[in-house]
Design a protein around this ligand. Structure first.
Ligand code: TEU
Ligand code: CA
Length: 519
C-alpha cells in the first residue's frame, strides 16, 4: 500500500468553498472557514481536499468564470489565507487539489478585455472569434455565439456569454495556462481537477453539429444537437498530455479530468502509454439507475474498459449533481456509502454526503445558479446541492453568523455533524468506519474485484488481495436472505453487527449492506 502513489490510496473530499464554512459573517464560505474545519476532515478520515475555484471572479458562474488565475477572490480571503490553508492542510497530512478552469475565462479577464478591444489586438486570437455563428449551443442554453458589436464578430462560449472560451490552438494560450499550473505547483499544491477537460478544443472547421434524434421539449436547448464537433476532439489528447508533463515537472502531483463521456471515450483520457490524466473522473455511478443490476453493469463495463496500468476511480456526487441522499433516499444513501468505499481505486465524495445532506428546494426568488436562471424549471439548477454544510443545530447550522447565501435545508436540525457525531449508528459514523476500514484493509483499495453479481436486486462482489472481503448490498426495501461463506462482519450499514460471525443463510434488513471478511 505504501508504495502506491498517495493519490491512488486517496479518498478525495470536494469542498464547495462558498458553502463549507463562513469565517466572517458575510454568509459566504471562505478559506479561513476551511482551515477551521480541517480537523474535522482529518477525523472523518479523508486524504485530500479538492476546493472548487477561489480565484478572483465576477461570480457569474460562482468562480468558474476566472478573472485572474493566480489570485484569490476577496470573498474567499487573500493569498496569505491561501498559503495558510495549504500549510495547515499539509501539516495535518491532507493534500490540497485546486480547480483549474482552462476552457474559458471570465469576460472580465484582462486577456479577454484586450481580445475584444480590436481585431488587430495581440490577444485577439486567444479566444475564438468568427464572422458567422454555426449551430453550436451553450451548456447553459441558447447559442454558444455572442455578437460583439465593437469589432463586428462573434465569440464562442461553451457556457455563459460571460465565460468566453480560450483558443487552445494558440501556442501562446497554452504557454500562459501552463505557467498558471506551475505557479500553483511551485507553491506546493498537490494537483488539479481540470474543469471540462473534454471540451478544451473544438473542430477547426467549425462544422455544424448534427441534430439529436432524442431531443424533446422540456430538455435543455443544449440537447438539440449532438456535441460531435465542439467537444471531445482528437486534438484534446495532446493538450492533456502536455498538461501532464507540466504536472510531472514536479513530483507527487495528480491530474484529474472532469469528463462526462461514455466509458469507451472516457478511457482515452488516460492517454497513450498512460501519459494523459491520472484520473479521468468516472461519473458513471451518478447517472445509473439505482438497482443492483444497473450498478453491476456499470462496474463491470468500467472494469472491463480500463486500459492496462490505468488506475480506477469512482464518484458519488459533486456540485453539479443532485445529492445521493435525495436521489436514492436516506436508507439507500448508506448502501451508496458502502458501495463507494469498497470499490477499487481513488474515490471522490462531496461535502455533506457523509451526513446525509439532501437537495434543498429553492424558491424562484432564491435562485442563484445561472443555469437555472437561463432555463427555469427544467431541472438545470444546481443550487439545491450547493447549500451550506450543516455543522450543528444552531440557527444557521454553524455555517455562518450572518445570512447564508443559499438557504439551509429544513432537516438541518437533525442532519448535522454535531448530532451525528454523538450517534453511534449515524451515517456519519458509518462513513468514518468505512474510511477507517479502507486504511486498515488495503485490499479494498487495490485488491482485485471479482464475483460481481446482481440477484434479486442484491449486489455482491468480492475484493481479493492479501485477504478476501465480500460486499453484499440489499438494494431493495424488503428483508432479504443471502447465503454466505463463513466470514466476520467488518461493518454493516446499520452499524450494529460489527464482529459478528456469519455462515450459511444471513438475513439483510431492507436497504442493509455488509462488508464481510472471509474467515
Ligand atoms: O461543469 C461542466 C458541466 O458539464 C456541467 O455544466 C454540467 O453539464 C451541468 O452542471 C449539468 O449537470 C463544470 C463545472 O463543474 C460547473 O460547475 C461549471 O458551471 C462548468 O464546468 C463551467 O465551468
Ligand atoms: Ca465569508
Amino acid at each position: 500500500m505504501q508504495d502506491l502513489d498517495w493519490w491512488k490510496r486517496a479518498v478525495i473530499y470536494e469542498v464547495y468553498p462558498r458553502s463549507f464554512q463562513d469565517s466572517n459573517g458575510d454568509g459566504i464560505g471562505d478559506l479561513r472557514g476551511i482551515v477551521e474545519r480541517l480537523d474535522y476532515l482529518v477525523e472523518l478520515g479523508v486524504d485530500a481536499l479538492w476546493v472548487a475555484p477561489v480565484y478572483p471572479s465576477p461570480m457569474a458562474d460562482f468562480g468558474y468564470d476566472v478573472a485572474d488565475y493566480c489570485g484569490i477572490d476577496p470573498i474567499f480571503g487573500d493569498m496569505t489565507d491561501f498559503d495558510a490553508l495549504l500549510e495547515q492542510a499539509h501539516r495535518r497530512g491532507l493534500r490540497l487539489i485546486l480547480d483549474f478552469v482552462p476552457n474559458h475565462t471570465s469576460e472580465k479577464h484582462p486577456w479577454f478585455i484586450e481580445s475584444r478591444s480590436s481585431r488587430e489586438n495581440e490577444k485577439r486570437d486567444w479566444y475564438i472569434w468568427r464572422d458567422q455563428p454555426n449551430n453550436w449551443t451553450s451548456n447553459f442554453g441558447g447559442s454558444a455565439w455572442e455578437f460583439d458589436p465593437r469589432t463586428g464578430q462573434y465569440y464562442y462560449h461553451s457556457f455563459l456569454k460571460e465565460q468566453p472560451d480560450l483558443n487552445w490552438r494558440n501556442p501562446a494560450v497554452k504557454q500562459a495556462m501552463f505557467d498558471v499550473l506551475r505557479f500553483w505547483l511551485r507553491k506546493g499544491v498537490d494537483g488539479f481537477r481540470v474543469d471540462v477537460m473534454w471540451m478544451m478544443i473544438k473542430d477547426d472547421e467549425f462544422r455544424d453539429n448534427p441534430p439529436n434524434p432524442g431531443y424533446h421539449a422540456g430538455l435543455s436547448s443544449n440537447q438539440r444537437f449532438l456535441p460531435v464537433y465542439n467537444t471531445n476532439q482528437p486534438e484534446v489528447h495532446s493538450i492533456v498530455a502536455q498538461m501532464r508533463s507540466v504536472i510531472d515537472e514536479f513530483s507527487d502531483r495528480v491530474l484529474i479530468g472532469e469528463i462526462y463521456l461514455p466509458v469507451a471515450q472516457l478511457m482515452t483520457y488516460y492517454g497513450k502509454d498512460g501519459q494523459g490524466a491520472n484520473l479521468p473522473f468516472n461519473f458513471h455511478l451518478l447517472q445509473c439507475a439505482w438497482s443492483a443490476a444497473a450498478i453491476a453493469q456499470v462496474i463491470a463495463d468500467y472494469d472491463r474498459a480500463l486500459p492496462a496500468g490505468a488506475w480506477p476511480n469512482w464518484v458519488l456526487g459533486n456540485h453539479d449533481q443532485p445529492r445521493i441522499a435525495s436521489r436514492v433516499g436516506q436508507q439507500q444513501a448508506r448502501v451508496a456509502a458502502m458501495l463507494l468505499l469498497t470499490l477499487p481505486g481513488t474515490l471522490t465524495m462531496y461535502y455533506g454526503e457523509e451526513i446525509g445532506m439532501t437537495d434543498v428546494p429553492i424558491a424562484p426568488e432564491q435562485v442563484r445558479d445561472p443555469a437555472e436562471k437561463n432555463q427555469p424549471g427544467i431541472g438545470q439548477g444546481r443550487d439545491p446541492e450547493r447549500t451550506p454544510m450543516c455543522w450543528d443545530r444552531s440557527q444557521f447550522a454553524g455555517f455562518t453568523t450572518g445570512v447564508p447565501w443559499l438557504p439551509l435545508g429544513n432537516d438541518s436540525g437533525s442532519v448535522n455533524v454535531a448530532i451525528e457525531q454523538q450517534d453511534r449508528s449515524s451515517i456519519l459514523t458509518l462513513y468514518k468506519k468505512l474510511l477507517a476500514l479502507r486504511k486498515e484493509h488495503p485490499t479494498l483499495v487495490s485488491g482485485k474485484l471479482n464475483e460481481l453479481r446482481a440477484e434479486n436486486n442484491i449486489l455482491r462482489f468480492r475484493r481479493s488481495g492479501a485477504e478476501e472481503i465480500e460486499v453484499i448490498l440489499n438494494l431493495t426495501n424488503a428483508e432479504m436472505s443471502v447465503r454466505t461463506r463463513p466470514a466476520k462482519v467488518l461493518v454493516g450499514t446499520r452499524m450494529d453487527r460489527e464482529g459478528e460471525s456469519v455462515a450459511g443463510v444471513t438475513t439483510l434488513h431492507p436497504g442493509e449492506g455488509f462488508a464481510l471478511l472471509r474467515a
